[in-house]
Write a protein that binds this ligand. Structure first.
Ligand SMILES: C[S@@+](CC[C@H](N)C(=O)[O-])C[C@H]1O[C@@H](n2cnc3c(N)ncnc32)[C@H](O)[C@@H]1O
Length: 198
């Protein structure tokens, strides 16, 4: 299984500001781009992918949306608008939820009031964690376990203290070269490298 976690520090946890943030400072379009490149291929989708979007600009709790590609049924298209609509639906479903509660939104999509830190702790039980970072080990030199989880951020860098806690969970830093890429571009390159090894 391949898992991707996008920590979207600027992304609002309410649907209207989320949709209004497209093309603005929050750059919420990156959520759709990352989902699209993680899940879809031409005329199909990848069965072995789970994507976690962690939205952190909130008045109460972070929202962790989990998309399980193999379980998704009514995808409704892979364009930006369809994917952002799904995210907005999950956010609407999550309003009023207490801390660390989880709700099934539709087949293959859940929303949870769970922080990034708690999420990666849970994922570390089933996956080897890889933090995407330009200063890491070149991806081509790294061996990957079958259950690999790749951690990415939006345009706001990961706080320093997060690196330390990720290190304690065994996360390794992986680089895709010296150019600073969008998270969605990293996803394409990661898939490609792993596809070539399968
Ligand atoms: C747009 S970048 C984030 C830019 C942010 N201002 C920063 O300095 O980290 C989005 C994410 O993609 C990943 N990334 C971008 N370029 C990369 C590269 N060349 N190698 C590995 N990961 C990369 C990192 O996880 C980064 O946090």
């Amino acid at each position: 299984m391949r898992a991707f976690v996008l920590r979207a520090r600027a992304a609002p946890t309410e649907s209207q500001p989320l949709l209004a943030g497209i093309g603005g400072d929050a750059h919420t379009e990156i959520l759709a781009h990352t989902l699209m490149n993680a899940i879809f291929v031409a005329q199909s989708h990848r069965e072995d992918v789970v994507v976690y979007l962690v939205l952190e600009s909130t008045r109460d709790y972070s929202r962790t949306l989990c998309f399980t590609a193999a379980e998704m049924q009514d995808i409704g298209g892979f364009h930006e608008q369809a994917l952002l609509k799904k995210i907005a639906k999950a956010l609407d479903a999550s309003q009023g939820m207490g801390k660390e509660q989880r709700k099934q939104v539709e087949a293959g999509l859940t929303v949870e009031t769970l922080s990034f830190e708690r999420l990666v702790k849970q994922l570390a039980q089933d996956y080897t964690l890889y933090m995407m970072d330009r200063k890491g080990t070149p991806m081509r030199e790294q061996h990957f376990s079958d259950n690999a989880c790749f951690l990415l951020t939006d345009h706001i860098p990961m706080p320093k203290k997060t690196f330390n806690s990720l290190k304690r969970l065994g996360a390794e830093k992986i680089s895709l070269g010296p150019t600073m890429l969008f998270a969605s571009q990293c996803v394409v390159l990661i898939h490609n490298e792993l596809d070539l090894r399968d």
